[in-house]
Design a protein around this ligand. Structure first.
Ligand code: AMP
Ligand code: GLY
Length: 430
């Protein structure tokens, strides 16, 4: 098959790596890709949001399957576009319809969906500028802290958690009046859930599904989960507290009704469902849905999947998932993101990266990198995710950290405490 991956991050480098390893992949293209994906296939300088350009790429390169990596083209309707465009409608595409991508594209939609299908989640009220007063009354009925979410996509920044009621009311007002642009025209106010967060991943063909390995990501820039939110500083898989009983609850109370609900609502959905959930004293509750894989979770989750990835994605995008059996590497995976100093605020770009050819028992997945005059240089805040496998989490952590030290660029920073909060579950000491 000739395959086209859309996106340019670490997640897409994982997809490109796994797909290029399959004997079923003839030619691989990545639009737009990065310096890492360039070693797996051919990067094309095309935006995933430029649908006519994507159509041309598909025709020119006789593409057989498209794998969208991030949410933007899905929420913008790439799947509906491909399926309704005569010249390319025969191409398999692994992703939800625009209606299905609303699980991520609209927090209000996802809450209505969960309520309708009995999926456990935090109590909520959706408000607009016209219903601000009701919003304030709902806030008064809740206990602190207060969770406010912009309804639309806000580049992962649209959630505010306020400790003080008056500040929450003020923030609600600000959000409804443009703090996050049009994404905040509707705001979802939520009950605060107490517990430990983790992420579950589902691959579905619209009828059947597989639960992929679970993961925990580390979002804050600073050690001990302090400082500003980032796109993700590292991840581990498996998650020790997600035992069989807990994952069974996730399947029966969350995934079954989600997949069945999409089907019964007539919403075409193939591809990934990323479920951010809170383990509330053994009860899983949904914090959010995403209509794609996570980044950096993909760097541990797909890293552990031993299937032929092309076979898997072909089956999922063509209603044949039942024919597949998931093969999971029982080892522990850890990924650590090397970022450019200053991220997630201002940071420099264009620093030469060295040491990539000296890694031992680890894989460097590129995110913010590009090739500049035959050199690999930094081209973003999150630069490279270093993934390692080990027979224990401790072993995987050690390998990931050693290899993170090997890669060099100016102002490199990474968190050295990824996964350490979980070691107590293994009764291990670093
Ligand atoms: P979201 O974009 O919906 O995943 O929210 C971003 C982050 O805010 C989550 O990863 C949680 O850490 C936190 N969060 C969101 N909703 C809640 C909630 N209802 N209770 C507690 N924390 C939450
Ligand atoms: N790591 C969180 C995300 O991909 O949304």
């Amino acid at each position: 098959m000739n395959i086209l991956i859309l996106g340019s991050g670490g997640r897409e480098h994982v997809f490109a790596t796994k797909i290029s390893e399959s004997p079923l992949c003839q030619k691989l293209f990545i639009a737009p890709g990065n310096a890492g994906t360039a070693a797996c296939g051919q990067n094309l300088n095309v935006s995933p949001l430029d649908f006519p350009a994507i159509e041309k790429v598909c025709i020119d390169h006789q593409i057989d399957m498209i794998i969208p990596g991030n949410e933007d083209p899905l929420v913008a309707g790439i799947v509906d576009f491909v399926k309704s465009t005569e010249s390319i409608k025969h191409i398999l595409i692994l992703g939800p319809s625009k209606a299905g991508a609303m699980l991520e594209g609209s927090k209000d939609f996802s809450k209505v969906f969960m309520q309708k299908h009995g999926v456990p989640t935090a109590a909520y009220l959706s408000v607009t500028a016209e219903t601000y007063t009701e919003g304030c009354e709902f806030l008064e009925s809740l206990k602190a802290p207060y969770v406010l979410k912009a309804d639309g996509l806000a580049a992962g920044k649209g959630v505010l958690i306020e400790a003080d009621l008056n500040q929450a009311k003020q923030s609600l007002h600000d959000m409804l009046h443009g703090k996050f642009g049009a994404a905040g025209n509707t705001v979802v106010i939520e009950e605060f859930l107490h517990g430990i967060e983790m992420s579950c991943f589902v691959l579905t063909d619209g009828t059947d599904y597989m639960l992929l390995p679970e993961a925990k990501d580390y979002k804050r820039i600073g050690e001990g989960d302090t400082g500003l939110n980032t796109g993700g500083m590292g991840a581990v898989s498996p998650v020790p507290f997600a035992d069989e009983a807990f994952l069974d609850k996730v399947k029966t109370t969350i995934v079954d009704p989600t997949v069945a609900g999409l089907k019964s609502d007539g919403i075409p959905y193939t591809g990934f469902i990323f479920i951010g959930l809170m383990n509330c004293d053994g009860t899983p509750k949904v914090i959010e849905y995403n209509c794609r894989m996570g980044d950096p979770e993909t760097e541990v989750v797909l890293h552990r999947i031993q299937n032929d990835h092309v076979e898997l994605y072909k089956a999922a995008s063509s209603g044949q998932l039942k024919s597949q059996t998931l093969k999971i590497n029982p080892q522990h995976a850890v990924t650590v993101f090397l970022v450019s100093g200053g991220y997630p605020e201002t940071f420099g770009k264009g620093y030469e990266i060295s040491g990539l050819d000296q890694l031992k028992s680890a894989k460097a997945y590129h995110a913010g990198t590009k090739i500049d005059h035959d050199k690999i240089v930094t081209n973003g805040g999150r630069v490279i995710a270093v993934s390692a496998l080990g027979n224990s989490m401790q072993e995987a952590l050690k390998l990931a950290m050693e290899n993170a030290d090997t890669i060099q660029f100016e102002n490199k920073y990474f968190r050295k405490d990824i996964g350490k909060d979980l070691l107590k579950y293994y009764n291990e000491q670093l």
